[in-house]
Design a protein around this ligand. Structure first.
Ligand code: SF4
Length: 320
């Protein structure tokens, strides 16, 4: 049965140490800490029940001294998953952060190429630091997805396979590849850039019509391919994704221009259930990737949460 999984995203006030060319985050003026946290607390109780998943992003959320307090506020409501999206900076200071899942942006298996893409100057971990952080998180039952934006660093499918092997070797339990929105073919599903990958695909799986995710099990690793859909709500004309802005407003877009409408949220399920996305049948929506298969297949040592955790495929991450 298809299950939809709209996403609530929080843009943590603050900055970022990186300068990715594909980034669409804007530094916004924030409320004072106390007012911001109060408005966040009010916002999570206004959300319709269908919003079962929250993603914390930025800028770079680990640069904010508010991060742990924000997670504490979020724990005031029940979620299927609280997800942190980070570029890995200072992650070792947040191993005890009370989240269920972490998406780490890592754009190449080579440290040098990865650093070039981030253009950060400091803070982005090398592969040894990353492995150490992920091992520590796995021991705390927090599983990790590695995210890469496809910005020309993978000329063919062999690089994709090598990236997947790299992700496995450092303890990640899933991988997401997202098309680069600077690329002209933004609406093209990302997996179509690598047709030769099909020879490595042993099981095809889940899709999401709103955020355009298509998932597969490749070499035993759950892999999600995302089109470069910056604003899923605009594509579906429904409030599929709600974003809590640094100014305390809830909007349906990253730019913060469109306020949300409870009516549209309520009409979402019927709209999305009535059609498939680009002809791909919705065998499983993004809330149901084959996580159990992944656990037995890739042999990564991790905690019990991974099998029951909801999707890592659908959360729309900001820029990273
Ligand atoms: S994509 Fe993420 S890490 Fe890169 S500059 Fe933007 S917010 Fe920072």
């Amino acid at each position: 049965m298809t299950e939809l999984n709209p996403n609530f995203t929080i843009i943590v006030p603050g900055n970022c140490n990186a300068h990715c060319k594909f980034c669409y985050w804007n530094l916004e003026k924030s409320l004072d800490r106390g007012v911001y946290l109060r408005k966040l607390s009010e916002a999570i109780y206004k959300l319709p029940d269908g919003f079962r998943r929250v993603t914390i992003t930025g800028g770079e959320p680990t640069l904010s001294t508010w991060l742990k307090k924000i997670v504490q506020v979020l724990r005031g409501r029940s979620w299927d998953a609280i997800v942190l999206t980070t570029n890995g900076t200072k992650l070792c200071d947040y191993l005890d952060v009370n989240v269920d899942h972490i998406n780490i942006s890592r754009h190449h298996y080579s440290d040098k190429l990865n650093w070039n893409i981030f253009d950060a100057g400091w803070g982005i971990p090398d592969k040894h630091e990353l492995r150490s952080d992920i091992e520590a998180l796995n021991k705390r039952s927090i599983d990790v997805t590695l995210n890469a934006v496809l910005c020309g660093q993978f000329p063919d499918g062999r690089n994709i396979i090598r990236y997947i092997e790299f992700a496995r070797s450092i303890g990640a339990s899933a991988v997401t590849f997202r098309a680069d929105q600077n690329n002209n073919s933004t609406d093209k599903p990302a997996e179509m850039f690598y047709p030769e990958i099909s020879q490595y695909t042993i099981k095809e799986g889940w899709s999401c019509p709103a955020c355009k995710v298509w998932g597969q099990l490749i070499c035993g690793m759950p892999v999600s391919w995302k089109a470069a859909v910056a604003e899923p709500s605009i594509k579906t004309n429904s409030d599929y994704e709600l974003i809590f802005q640094p100014n305390g407003k809830i909007t349906t877009d990253w730019a913060g221009a469109h306020s949300w409408s409870p009516k549209k949220v309520i009409g979402l399920a019927a709209k999305l259930n009535s059609k498939d996305w680009m002809g791909i049948p919705k065998q499983n929506a993004c809330s149901s990737p084959p996580r159990q298969n992944a656990c037995s297949a890739h042999g990564v040592s991790h905690g019990p949460k991974i099998c029951s955790a909801p999707s890592v495929a659908c959360g729309v991450s900001h820029g990273c």
